[in-house]
Write a protein that binds this ligand. Structure first.
Ligand SMILES: *[C@@H]1O[C@H](CO)[C@@H](O)[C@H](O)[C@H]1NC(C)=O
Ligand SMILES: *[C@@H]1O[C@H](CO)[C@@H](O)[C@H](O)[C@H]1NC(C)=O
Ligand SMILES: *[C@@H]1O[C@H](CO)[C@@H](O)[C@H](O)[C@H]1NC(C)=O
Ligand SMILES: *[C@@H]1O[C@H](CO)[C@@H](O)[C@H](O)[C@H]1NC(C)=O
Length: 259
């Protein structure tokens, strides 16, 4: 009787051992590809790289081009190097850009393109839940130098997040990236700031005009064309000034003659 029981027990043990070894091998294999999926991949060393993240997701070629050409990508990269600095980026995909009215981007100066891109960046890390308690208007990178400039309103109920620039109503259509420092949300429209696309009647010049040349431009002073050209003169003079006083004097002499 005891012998029989012992025999049965050993038979059972052999059977169980066989089961666990054969089942053990295939059970491990499928877990590997799951870990390798982009969302779960271990974070690469160093700060998050916005361009690499967008390239990996795909479909953001226009945003990537603008981030690079405006220098905002490099700026973010440098700032994210400091782990106490946090951002939220609203990322319109190529489809969103192609839905813009023809010529919208081309109508902008380089400086305005910088503002447009900065308008999509909030100087805070927001989870989707954070948006439910945000107080409007939220600050954007574009409005950094004057509070109240370039505001965005964000309204959220449940997992739905809507964004309004006053010109455009957009929605968050997905989370592309989120860690403690950086969140990137896909949005279905390019966020056009009122500050860029609706001309302000009273005082359009943010920077003080150069010396005297404005006096000569009498009739068309309020038109948007003169304000953009004055910006070009400003930035040219500013960057030239870095090269020395002699150059600035040269520019000061040159400007009145050229007008
Ligand atoms: C990031 O910080 C490290 C040291 O903390 C420095 O060596 C590196 O140059 C910085 N990179 C950028 C892009 O600022
Ligand atoms: C977001 O906008 C959609 C229309 O685009 C609207 O149906 C929805 O109620 C809005 N949700 C919130 C939270 O504002
Ligand atoms: C944004 O929200 C503020 C405060 O609620 C409101 O005064 C303003 O009109 C809103 N702007 C837009 C464009 O929705
Ligand atoms: C955006 O939404 C608000 C309220 O939901 C509406 O009053 C406004 O007309 C919308 N603007 C555009 C450009 O669709």
């Amino acid at each position: 009787m005891a012998k029989q029981a012992l025999f049965f027990l050993s038979l059972l043990l052999v059977f169980l051992f066989h089961c666990t070894t054969t089942l053990g091998q295939p059970a491990q294999a499928p877990t590997l590809p799951a870990v390798a999926s982009p969302a779960n991949a271990p974070a690469p060393p160093g700060p998050p790289d916005v361009i690499k993240i967008l390239q990996k997701v795909g479909g953001f070629t226009i945003l990537i081009r603008l981030l690079k050409s405006t220098g905002v990508a490099d700026q973010l990269k440098g700032q994210l190097n400091d782990s106490s600095i946090r951002f939220t980026l609203f990322a319109p995909n190529d489809n969103a850009f192609s839905n813009l009215k023809a010529g919208t981007l081309n109508s902008l100066s380089n400086e305005e393109k910088v503002r447009l891109i900065q308008f999509h960046i909030l100087p805070t890390y927001y989870t989707l839940e954070n948006f439910q308690t945000v107080s409007n208007p939220v600050r954007t990178q574009a409005g950094d130098n004057k509070p109240g400039d370039y505001p965005l309103n964000v309204t959220s109920v449940g997992s739905q997040v809507n964004i309004s620039s006053g010109l455009v109503n957009a929605s968050v259509s997905g989370t592309l990236y989120s860690n403690f420092q950086l969140a990137i949300y896909q949005v279905d429209k390019v966020l056009l700031p009122l500050d860029l696309f609706v001309p302000k009647p009273p005082s359009p010049a943010p920077a003080p005009a150069p010396t005297k040349p404005k006096a000569k431009k009498t009739p068309a002073a309020a038109s948007p064309k003169t304000s953009t050209s004055s910006i070009v003169v400003d930035s040219g003079a500013a960057s030239l000034a870095k090269h020395g006083i002699l150059v600035s004097i040269g520019v000061a002499i040159f400007i009145p003659f050229s007008l």
